[in-house]
Design a protein around this ligand. Structure first.
Ligand code: ADP
Length: 406
């Protein structure tokens, strides 16, 4: 039935809430919004419905209050999307860390909330905020069911040889130290979309999926299932990111501690002041850096080169893991929109059977399509990600008690 169910999707951070209201099963976006700087004096809420914007600037003290603002915006008489919150029949939540407990999305119960709470130790910046969001939304939406979709779930198929670090085994037993991987909802979404684009079954494709946004990660996908990914125990490992280091020699930490740096200070530097921003000293934003490189700023060129080189190295290693693949998929703000970065990544890979088509690469931005040369053995696809849409579909399927579309 058309417009059978309205589903709200929430992505709660410590000081922000991103939301989208969907009409299901068509996956139509009715409203899209962002509340920022929650807990600060000058908070801002912004919503777009059918091309018309609504902006509220006021002090928003906490997530509960932010939900009140979201309610007002969604039900606004001229720029809202619904007449009353009772129209929302279910709510899907992005939850960053599901540890080893979840291989797919699940309906939220009180027990589930305590599992999410337990994993807060592994994701101290994310899980507490996700949980606050679930609790605030439960208060706001009354009896509507809530579904949690974990960033880690899609990567639970990674085998032990790939997820264990070469530490004493007891670190895994006692402290759950292992690779979990993140951005799973995005990797799964683009993997399914790539299979369909290639006319193959969702479990019949081998892919390397590259999620290149502010956070960046890459995954090796065998027969539609994740078998390795670049992020680890936390989202710090792997590729160079906007402000995160990605892979490092762990001895750098001991060395810097001996030089007088405090662990908390290094945590902030590695997560918030490194990556593209740290190397360039200019910006964490690829668009800015590409502009600055054009006008001859050497540090911008260096940062972009290091960023692309790390991706290329991972592509090489995942080609070995998978013994070749059908396609390499690019997504996220950078993967979807930067032909210049794509050219940097895929330069000089023709001996591995990977060749970009220059004109297709330059003409494709923000839409699904292929950008490889006609005789490239491995295809290169650009697929815009849709994490919120995927959460809405999981929520709909679970609420309808249909088999999860994983
Ligand atoms: P998030 O991870 O926060 O969702 P996005 O997926 O939106 O982030 O990606 C943000 C990144 O995408 C930024 O580095 C931004 O510069 C880059 N980006 C967006 N559009 C372009 C573009 N047209 N050219 C180059 N980079 C772009």
């Amino acid at each position: 039935m058309r417009g059978e169910m309205k589903i709200l999707v929430l992505n709660c951070g410590s000081s922000s809430i991103k939301y989208q209201l969907f009409e299901m099963p068509e996956n139509i976006v009715l409203a899209k919004g962002l509340v920022q700087r929650i807990g600060e004096a000058h908070s801002e809420a912004r919503q777009n419905t059918n091309g018309s914007d609504l902006v509220v600037n006021t002090e928003i003290g906490d997530h509960q209050q932010a939900m009140g603002i979201i309610e007002k915006m969604l039900t606004d008489s001229t720029k809202g999307a619904i007449a009353s919150l009772s129209e929302i029949q279910a709510c899907g939540h992005r939850v960053v860390h599901g540890g080893e407990a979840f291989t797919g999305s699940v309906v939220c119960s009180t027990e589930l909330e305590s599992v999410i709470e337990n994993y807060s130790e592994l994701a101290p910046l994310h899980n507490p905020a996700n949980l606050t969001g679930i609790r605030a939304a439960k208060k706001m939406l009354g009896a509507a069911p809530h579904v949690a979709c974990f960033d880690t779930a899609f990567h639970q198929s990674i085998p032990q040889k790939a997820y264990l670090y070469a530490l004493p085994y007891e670190f895994y037993d006692k402290h759950q130290i292992r690779k979990y991987g993140f951005h799973g909802t995005s990797h799964r979404f683009v993997a399914r979309a790539a299979a369909s684009f290639l006319g193959k079954h969702k479990y019949g494709v081998d892919l390397i999926t590259c999620h290149l946004g502010n956070g960046c990660s890459i995954a090796a996908i065998k027969n539609g299932k994740s078998v390795d990914t670049s992020m680890g125990l936390t989202p710090l490992e792997g590729l160079v990111m906007g402000t995160r280091t990605g892979d490092l020699d762990p001895a750098i930490i001991f060395h810097l501690i001996r030089k007088g740096y405090k662990p908390a200070e290094l945590d902030t530097i590695f997560n918030k002041k490194s990556g593209l921003l740290g190397i360039s000293g200019l910006s964490n934003d690829v668009r800015d850096l590409e502009q600055k490189e054009k006008v001859g700023l050497e540090s911008a060129r260096l940062a972009l080169d290091i960023f692309a080189y790390r991706i290329k190295k991972y592509i090489g290693s995942y080609l070995a893991v998978l013994n070749g693949c059908d396609a390499i998929v690019l997504t996220g703000g950078i993967g979807e929109n930067s032909p210049v970065m794509r050219e940097r990544i895929f330069r000089d890979l023709e001996n591995l059977g990977i060749e970009l088509d220059e004109s297709k690469n330059h003409s494709l931005r923000g839409t699904i399509g292929e950008i490889h040369a006609p005789d490239s053995k491995i295809k290169i696809l650009v697929i815009p990600t849709d994490e919120e849409g995927a959460i809405a579909r999981d929520t709909y399927a679970l609420v309808r008690e249909k088999e999860l579309a994983v």
